[in-house]
Design a protein around this ligand. Structure first.
Ligand SMILES: [Zn+2]
Length: 216
């Protein structure tokens, strides 16, 4: 039996979103990205979205209780019965405690924790090479492009721009926040569940194969 209840950890730029999508498709379980859920709620203008929007526009973090409410609703839904991949939650020890409370009320298996391990310097380098097509929104890494002037998705020429949040100072700050808030979360899970640390510097395919083999 392969374990299908997963919390995926990784610094911004470690390839977490990419791996979460691949895993979700290989294991046939939902990819639960709190970032995606919030963005969708905001764009649909739901009650949650309105609340989250006001908070985010003030430059503040969405409170743990709101995030916990979102996660609870998703985990209670039918689609998570066979498994789930949590991406972006829990991000703090408080959220990890909330998740335990939620799981104690639902008949779901306790998750394993996977950490994609990539050194900060490699992440800074990776993200400094990241560009977005201003025409279609496609994200590329300049180093992996044969032709750096043409968007491989829409064919636009010289359309690549660097996003503000890929600026080095911003990246370093996000990494600092990640180390400060996430290390305690990993500590929280020590002794509670299996923590699988995967070298995230290999190719996307190698990393996903490694994760699958360690889940079996
Ligand atoms: Zn494009």
């Amino acid at each position: 039996m392969i374990k299908k209840q997963i919390i995926l950890f990784g610094a911004p730029g470690a390839g977490k979103g990419t791996q979460a999508k691949i895993l979700a498709s290989k294991l046939n379980v939902p990819h639960i990205s709190t970032g995606d859920i919030l963005r969708e709620a905001v764009s649909k203008g739901t009650e949650l979205g309105e609340k989250a929007k006001t908070i985010m526009e003030a430059g503040e973090l969405v409170p743990d209780e709101i995030m916990g409410g979102i996660i609870k609703e998703v985990l209670m839904s039918e689609k998570c019965k066979e498994g789930y991949i949590l991406d972006g939650f829990p991000r703090t020890t408080k959220q990890a405690e909330l998740l335990d409370q939620i799981l104690s009320h639902i008949d779901l298996d306790y998750p394993v924790v996977i950490e994609l391990n990539v050194e900060d310097e490699i992440i800074v380098h990776r993200l400094s090479m990241r560009r977005m097509c201003s025409n279609c929104g496609y994200i590329v890494n300049l180093e992996s492009l044969e032709n750096q002037d043409v968007c491989p998705n829409c064919g636009a020429k010289n359309s690549f721009i660097k996003r503000k949040d890929d600026d080095e100072a911003v990246i370093r700050n996000r990494l600092k926040v990640y180390h400060e808030s996430t290390k305690p979360v990993l500590k929280y899970y020590e002794g509670k569940t299996e923590i699988i640390i995967v070298d995230g510097t290999q190719s996307v395919e190698q990393v996903s194969e490694l994760i699958i083999s360690k889940l079996s």
